[in-house]
Design a protein around this ligand. Sequence first.
Ligand code: BEZ
Ligand code: FE
Length: 292
Amino acid sequence: MRNLNEDNITQAVLARLVDMPDNRLKTIVVNLIQHLHAFARETKLTEEEWKQGIDFLTATGHKCTDTRQEFILLSDTIGLSQLVVAQNHQRSSNATEQTVFGPFHVPNSPLLPPRGADITNGAPGDPCFISARVMTTNGEPLPGAEVDVWQADSEGYYDVQDTQWSSDNMSLRARFITDESGTLSIRTVNPKNYPIPTDGTVGQMLEAMHRHPMRPAHIHFMVKKPGYDTLITHIFSDGDPYLDSDTVFGVRSNCIGRFLKHPAGKAPDGTKMEVPFHTITCDLVLEPVVES
Ligand code: BEZ
Ligand code: FE
């Protein structure tokens, strides 16, 4: 086809895809092209704006490293990640909701005993004792579940953001296998709200949008057990001022927990604490996988 114009070019591009053998991939590519063309038409995109878009995406790619994923951050901050999560993990009303994964998970963190482990490893922050129960939607405890926990320190940084980080010195992250009671008791630090990294293109975008980069204080959990949908979630701190404006749109009401502050004294693990500490109790309720 020749002499294509703004009215017939979309159909001409789609006509080139008729022989695509992978039907699912074809659906994705066809929809993407249709929506991109419609976007360019509706916004009457100029050549200068098109070039700015290309430069923005190029700079986003250049910001990515082994430990920094600027494209995921971009997807998170425009709500695309939480949209994809929500439409792929519908939950029974009492199952814990699925949330965005975020860019700071590290596979194969230390495997520790489920009772009494301390994941602090020198990270700054007020002590916090987590007591979590992994359960079915019928309220039965789930033994043998792998629970992966990770969080930022009280200054808002994950260990991987430290340029000196190495995989044999992890802090504020670990994995556990639940015992017969399905419970975990862990010592960590009290999470604090923190800004997502703003020294890249996502930071520039948020500034242009007049948006703050903050996430409410939270702890991440990933729980795996055969026969259940792998749960990726957070427990957010009740009362956090950013619960209704999380910059990555990840807050779900049933993921908000009560972080209680206690004066110095006896901690849940029996330790005598010289300083005030927090406790948080939460249920991680898994959705069974329905065989289709
Ligand atoms: C996080 O909570 O770790 C996170 C999630 C999405 C984007 C940035 C950070
Ligand atoms: Fe986080």
